[in-house]
Write a protein that binds this ligand. Structure first.
Ligand SMILES: Nc1ncnc2c1ncn2[C@@H]1O[C@H](COP(=O)(O)OP(=O)(O)OP(=O)(O)O)[C@@H](O)[C@H]1O
Ligand SMILES: [Mg+2]
Length: 362
């Protein structure tokens, strides 16, 4: 956009606008340019003519946390210009951007000569912006506290479940020793695998709430791993009248097999829950696609509710489930991203849902 039609310029009286535009210098910036640093002395106001700017503050551990964005027709840096205090955040271009810079002393001079109406317009903008950032800050704090609460809960669960898990494991190995026949051995192995899975699951929730996904990476055969996943679940699926179909190319992945198992578990688990008692079909297809493995999980369920589709992967987003924590898809996404992959989905009401998971090949 051109400077003359920018929102900020339109706040001023028509005869003030040319002077304001004249005092501005327009510059193009490549992505990643620091416009100003946190705590820097404010020397200008910035009007975004195109592109996107990100504002971030340094957190307690030294890492930057995003607090807001500005896009075409927005302006920023007005707080520092008005009160002369150091910049409260760092401004960096996310894309290439064109920005007009109005020096502080020129702007103050024009503002001092402006009627109340102009100042009021600016005031409105500042109040609106303050409301938005306060709301964002409150949401972030609520999110952080929820994470901490889930973390504490997971800690307690892990602690309390340790002794019954050990008891079941011991009883299981005694049964294995007592009955050496092939069928009992197979059932006992299944019980042991499920116990291990439960311990891993609770520990992963704990890890997720702490915001880290440490990977124990090894090369493994995806087909064999998916068959194991099928063996672990087939009784549960049968009980829910699920017809599970698995097709997998010969794919070798370098990744954390247990964590990826959680991804299949969460996504297929959601599909089973969505299919409810009447059951239906779930198809898992894994194939090579260029440099990636593409895993497709489709179900013939009711589809993901419209109301949550855009926030599906956010933590604590759940819909229509008693006891749903809304962490399943968020955990799945964090694991896939830690492997350098991504997840997308398509969902149609009454027809079903398909998740597409892309993972880089070895
Ligand atoms: N395949 C699907 N079909 C229909 N709805 C789905 C499907 N997958 C997810 N959903 C919807 O998305 C919501 C969020 O799923 P997510 O796995 O993140 O959390 P949850 O299942 O509610 O709780 P949790 O997995 O933590 O126990 C679900 O509550 C459900 O409404
Ligand atoms: Mg779930």
């Amino acid at each position: 956009m051109d400077l003359e039609s920018h929102r900020f310029i339109s706040y001023f009286l028509p005869d003030q606008r040319p002077e304001l535009c004249h005092s501005a210098t327009i510059e193009k910036f490549p992505p990643g340019t620091v416009i100003f640093e946190e705590n820097e002395k404010p020397d200008a106001l910035y009007l975004v003519l195109d592109g996107k700017i990100e504002f971030s503050k340094r957190g307690g551990l030294g890492q930057y946390q995003n607090v807001a964005w500005a896009e075409e027709n927005d302006f920023f840096g007005e707080f520092g210009v008005l009160d002369g205090q150091p910049r409260s955040a760092r401004a960096v271009t996310c894309t290439s951007a064109t920005i007009a810079k109005i020096p502080r002393d020129r702007l103050m001079d024009i503002l001092e000569r402006s009627p109340g109406k102009v100042v009021l317009q600016l005031f409105h903008h500042i109040i609106h912006y303050l409301r938005l950032t306060t709301e964002q800050y409150v949401n972030q704090m609520v999110h952080k506290h929820k994470m901490m609460a889930v973390g504490e809960m997971a800690n307690t669960i892990i602690h309390d479940l340790k002794s019954p898990f050990t008891g079941i494991s011991l009883a299981n190995s005694m049964l294995k020793d007592l009955h050496q026949d092939e069928e009992t051995q197979e059932w006992c192995n299944l019980i042991q695998a499920q116990i291990t899975q439960m311990v891993v699951m609770t520990e992963e929730i704990l890890e997720f709430t702490r915001g880290k996904a440490t990977l124990n990476q090894k090369t493994f055969n995806l087909g064999e791993s998916l068959e194991k996943f099928q063996r672990l679940n087939f009784i549960y699926w049968n009980q829910h009248n699920i017809n599970f179909i698995l097709r997998c190319d010969n794919i070798i992945l370098n990744g954390d097999e247990n964590k990826l198992m959680r991804v299949w578990q969460n996504l297929v688990g959601n599909a089973v829950e969505a299919l409810d008692e009447q059951g239906g079909q779930i198809v898992l297809i894994a194939a090579k696609l260029g440099q990636d493995a593409l895993i497709k999980i489709s179900d013939s369920g009711p589809g993901i509710p419209e109301a949550i589709q855009s926030r599906l992967f956010d933590p604590f987003v759940t819909y229509g489930k008693r006891g749903g924590t809304g962490l399943g898809t968020a955990i799945a996404l964090s694991i896939v991203e830690a492997h350098g992959g991504d997840i997308t989905f398509e969902s149609q009401a009454g027809k079903g849902t398909t998740f597409y998971i892309r993972l880089p090949l070895c």
